[in-house]
Design a protein around this ligand. Sequence first.
Ligand code: LYS
Length: 274
Amino acid sequence: RGAALLLAGLALAGCGKQAETPAPAPAPAAEAPAAPAPAPAKALVVGTDAAYAPFESQDATGQIVGFDIDVVTAVAKSQGVEVKFVNTPWEGIFNTLAQGDRDLLVSAITITDERKQTMDFSDAYFDAHQLIAVGEKSKVTKFDDLKKLKVGVQTGTTGDEVVTKMLGKDSTNIKRFESTPLALKELEAGGVDAVVADNGVIVNYVANNAGSKFKTVNDPSFAPEQYGLAVRKGNAELLAKLNKGLAAIKADGTYDKIYAQYFGAKDAAPAAAA
Ligand code: LYS
């Protein structure tokens, strides 16, 4: 009798085991394709390093805002395309474009011959130049005065380039930061004597951080720079659209409106024409 119970138990256990491994449920039949209405065009993915106010930054709610964002949004609207902005760290931003993770980049990117080797640029949409930020009591009056000082820059920027040229490639006095605000924070903390970065972002920082006690120093040796939208090398179709859009928003006053919102009214000179 004991053996019979044992057998019964084994049989049950066997059943249980079987029940534990049911055959996989058949996958639900694929939905029949929807009516052949044209699918809405996929939004262009726009990479931007949102740590560069007033060009691109995150507001209190985490939304990406700024001059660059408004310009690209207006360009896209004029061309009837959707855009989606994705916060993308500066270091590696060009790779995200090359690899196809982003369709275009807007990030206060200076058009340079070196970058043109690996990407294509739209017509210029903004004029810029380097600017020096120093403590308000600093004796620095020109770029040359930085030669023996500790200088903060954002890695891989045109600011990094000019400072590297001035101080020498192997200078241990160059402190490289992931973002320009971090470099400026370090200037505030006294860890560097100066920061060299784009004029717009330095002027904005000084204006919004009264406690920073900085002054700015310009130098005639700083070359004029121009920002462009970057697309993958050879993406002529998108490039043409962007240039058409830029021309349209410049022609209809949209660009000037956006510009005035961030930088005040432009002077009468038709300098906006790229
Ligand atoms: N315009 C400079 C450059 O292209 C600085 C860009 C930094 C953007 N976060 O190198």
